[in-house]
Design a protein around this ligand. Structure first.
Ligand SMILES: NC(=O)c1ccc[n+]([C@@H]2O[C@H](COP(=O)([O-])OP(=O)(O)OC[C@H]3O[C@@H](n4cnc5c(N)ncnc54)[C@H](O)[C@@H]3O)[C@@H](O)[C@H]2O)c1
Length: 434
């Protein structure tokens, strides 16, 4: 192994490149750059310029985390010429019909293909369906480079487990699954990742196994949350508080602790569609996973409708109602609004001609407007008929009923606590949670 890619990397005779510097790519690029020479490649010049100035465009890392890193940020393919180990971490979104959109991944494969040389390694980190690396990406690498997979270059897959906003489960302290295309490549890939993952690596038996492992981690969460969301709809009809039920059931040792809520973002609400798409291609129409997706994708509309019903029950004209939605991001304490399901609540409310204001301490109003055509309200009013706390940001958790009442018309109204964080604390407002 003396002339291995791993040895070349640690002896600084070869460089590692990360293609796609977002939530996943940038942290791993910086971590590698503390040990070996790294090229950080992205197609977005604006983002690259920010990173050159030690600014993380995704707002996850501080400037101090760029210090002591041997990394060159670039948009130029020529800068990849002395790279021997490519890590691809570009987005894998879905299209309007919930089908995989592989354009960024295939685009990145073309970029790597242009720089690929004999003896090089390519490791994909983007979340995909089992088979995608070998069936979709490797043919592009071969076609563009003119080289032969396994004879001339090696490929692996290593899924990412980082969780934006989570300072506890980090790249360094969570075991990373790695895979290769033969024993030797697996060894090189495992050793390279062990440079940065203190918790160590799990060697999967094949690329497909590693791809499948990642996709089921998120599918399992999605289906479990869907079950709890469905239970919350049932309990609402039965007049039972779901969180009370979960608290009681949770005293059993093997009861799984999931809570109801909106499932947005670019992972849990997206990845299962990659799996169902592949299942369909293989001739199986998945039922449990698609039912879960249906339930979770309906929750925003459900919350909107329940709020409207509560206002109507007070005898008010719904067209005159004003509602404040608190929280726009896809989850708590992040600025990421991609695939946020809060917009479904707003659209449902608006379909009843309700006037809706939206606030969020982390989201950008400009981005909200660009993505969804809804801007943030600079200042909340004091005459709302209902308030919906849609995201459990820390800032909201510390608010008191008095503060919410001050924003309501005549100090009274309907309080919708999507995540159940104010259970037992709201006495005067009409309280409802999932
Ligand atoms: N964000 C997460 O928490 C998370 C966790 C686990 C896995 N993943 C997976 O990791 C992958 C990356 O996700 P992300 O959240 O980091 O995405 P992101 O949107 O934050 O960042 C992607 C970056 O890739 C760049 N890019 C897009 N197309 C490119 C191309 N052809 N060549 C070079 N750069 C390109 C973009 O400009 C952007 O800077 C996805 O497959 C995602 O499902 C994400």
């Amino acid at each position: 192994m003396s002339n291995s890619v791993y040895n070349k990397l640690i002896n600084k005779e070869a460089k590692l490149a990360v293609i796609g510097l977002g939530y996943v790519g940038l942290p791993i690029a910086l971590e590698f750059a503390r040990k070996i020479q790294v090229v950080g490649f992205d197609i977005n010049e604006e983002r690259v310029e920010l990173m050159r100035n030690n600014v993380d465009p995704s707002n996850e890392l501080d400037a101090s985390e760029f210090e002591g890193c041997d990394i060159k940020f670039t948009t130029e393919i020529e800068d990849l010429s002395d790279v021997q180990f490519f890590v691809v971490a570009v987005p894998t979104p879905i299209d309007g019909a919930n089908l995989p959109n592989l354009s960024p991944l295939l685009g990145a494969s073309r970029t790597v293909g242009k720089a690929l040389k004999k003896g090089d390694y390519v490791v994909f980190e983007s979340t995909v369906y089992p088979g995608c690396t070998e069936e979709d990406c490797i043919p592009v690498l071969e076609e563009i480079s003119g080289l032969k997979f396994r004879e001339d270059f090696m490929v692996g897959y290593s899924p990412e487990r980082i969780n934006p906003g989570d300072k506890e489960h980090t790249l360094q302290n969570v075991i990373k699954v790695v895979s290769g295309c033969c024993d030797d490549s697996l060894d090189n890939i495992a050793k390279t990742y062990e440079l940065v993952v203190e918790a160590g690596v799990h060697k999967a038996s094949s690329i497909k196994v590693a791809e499948a492992a990642k996709i089921i981690e998120n599918t399992q969460r999605d289906v479990n949350i869907a079950l709890i969301n469905e239970l919350s709809i049932i309990f609402n009809k039965l007049g039972v508080n779901t969180f009370d039920v979960l608290e009681a059931a949770g005293t059993k040792w093997n009861f799984l602790k999931f809570t109801p809520g909106l499932v947005g973002g670019h992972c849990i609400g997206v990845d299962p569609y990659y799996l169902t798409h592949k299942a369909q291609q293989a001739g199986y129409h998945s039922k449990v996973i698609t039912s879960g997706r249906y339930v979770n994708d309906s929750m925003g509309f459900y919350i909107g409708k329940q709020t409207v019903k509560k206002i109507l029950a007070t005898g008010k004209h719904i067209q005159d109602a004003k509602i404040l939605v608190m929280g726009a991001t896809f989850k708590e304490d992040v600025s990421d609004i991609r695939n946020s399901k809060v917009i479904d609540i707003i659209n449902e409310l608006k379909s009843f001609q309700v006037q809706v204001d939206l606030v969020d301490p982390h989201a950008s109003s400009e981005e909200m407007n660009q993505e969804y055509g809804v801007s943030l309200t600079a200042e909340a009013r004091n005459d709302y008929d209902a308030i919906i706390v849609a995201v459990n940001h820390k800032k909201y958790k510390s608010m008191s009923e008095r503060e919410f009442r001050a924003m309501m018309k005549d100090d009274l109204g309907i309080f919708v606590d999507v995540k159940g964080i104010f259970k037992g604390q709201i006495k005067d407002l009409e309280y409802w949670s999932l």
